[in-house]
Design a protein around this ligand. Structure first.
Ligand SMILES: [Zn+2]
Length: 199
């Protein structure tokens, strides 16, 4: 017989920041709920996934059809955003907090940090499309690297600076943020201050 609790636990373990105990707790929670709750949860998961797509320009995940049906999200299609700078983050959820600041440039989602154990291997990240965009987008004047102040965040900053090279201005968030903080949990005011102090 298949062990459904074990299987559910494994699925929850893939969630960011979730350990084995929490994953098992979630599995038991699901199994103790009414059928109606479990049905609406699974229907919501499927419909959210079906309506989500990844922007072909900035790689953020967004919902609904793109304005130009070209696979480009509404942020990338927004003519009012400044086209001369792009802010590079680890994941889509990091962008949300920057949308609450006065930053009005473009974004790019790297998809994953480059682990400190890897010197320059960039598989599993969107580094190649980022380098292509920097090479081909003549409007771009500045790349802002916005990674968490963690060993992997610092390493990603270092590797990308090496790879991007010296033909364009590269800045990183000012040191106003606390060490170890995930950007998505940072408060907009601190991020804004840290953007102003970028170097
Ligand atoms: Zn986009």
């Amino acid at each position: 017989m298949q062990d459904h609790i074990e299987q559910l636990t494994k699925l929850f373990l893939k969630f960011p920041g979730i350990g084995a105990r929490q994953a098992k707790r979630f599995a038991y929670f699901i199994l103790s709920q009414q059928d109606s709750y479990v049905k609406s949860l699974s229907a919501s998961l499927l419909s959210a996934k079906a309506s989500a797509q990844t922007c072909v320009k900035c790689f953020r995940v967004f919902e609904g059809s793109s304005p130009q049906t070209s696979g480009v999200c509404y942020l990338c299609s927004d003519e009012k955003r400044e086209k001369d700078k792009v802010l590079v983050v680890e994941k889509t959820s990091d962008i949300d907090v920057f949308l609450k600041t006065d930053y009005n440039g473009e974004f790019f989602v790297l998809g994953s940090l480059i682990p400190i154990t890897q010197k320059s291997i960039i598989d599993g990240t969107n580094t190649k499309p980022l380098l292509e965009r920097i090479k081909n987008d003549t409007n771009l004047k500045e790349i802002i690297l916005a990674f968490p102040l963690t060993p992997n965040g610092d390493h990603t900053d270092f590797v990308l600076r090496e790879m991007i090279g010296g033909n364009i201005k590269i800045s990183s968030l000012g040191r106003g943020l606390s060490t170890g903080t995930e950007l998505e949990y940072a408060d907009p005011a601190s991020l804004e201050a840290s953007l102003k102090k970028r170097e």
